[in-house]
Design a protein around this ligand. Sequence first.
Ligand code: ZN
Length: 158
Amino acid sequence: MAGDVMIHSKIVPMLLTFAALAGFSSIASAKTCSFELQGTDQMKYDKDAIAVGADCTEVEIKLKHAGTLPKTSMGHNWVLTEGADFQAVTTAGVTAGPDQNYTPKGDKRVIASTKLVGGGESTSVKFPTAKLKKGGDYIFFCSFPGHWAVMKGKLTYG
Ligand code: ZN
């Protein structure tokens, strides 16, 4: 029985140390929250709302073009701005043109954006939630000229 006591006296502190390390790492580690979204040949997203949880440190958006039309006629992307910047960024996107994915380059109002994709293609983007304010007003949309009239939704955080 003396052997059992010795084993326990070694294992218990090890387990406590492991639990402490695991607890610490779960507080300090990143949590990526992924959202999948589809765009169609009918000029629609399959979602009009994305709710990012308060504990997410990073957001990943995976956009798939579920249609067959090329990006020159039915291109889709995913752009995120504050609600107040939405209209101005869509206008700037038209000026930027297809080579810039209809997204103004280096524009600080653009919180995150993907490239433009055509039928059958996919794209994705990751960004830290440090770029968002909890309870803020955010709009995501496709910046292909005219698409934002229907291809848009609300993103919330927190
Ligand atoms: Zn589109």
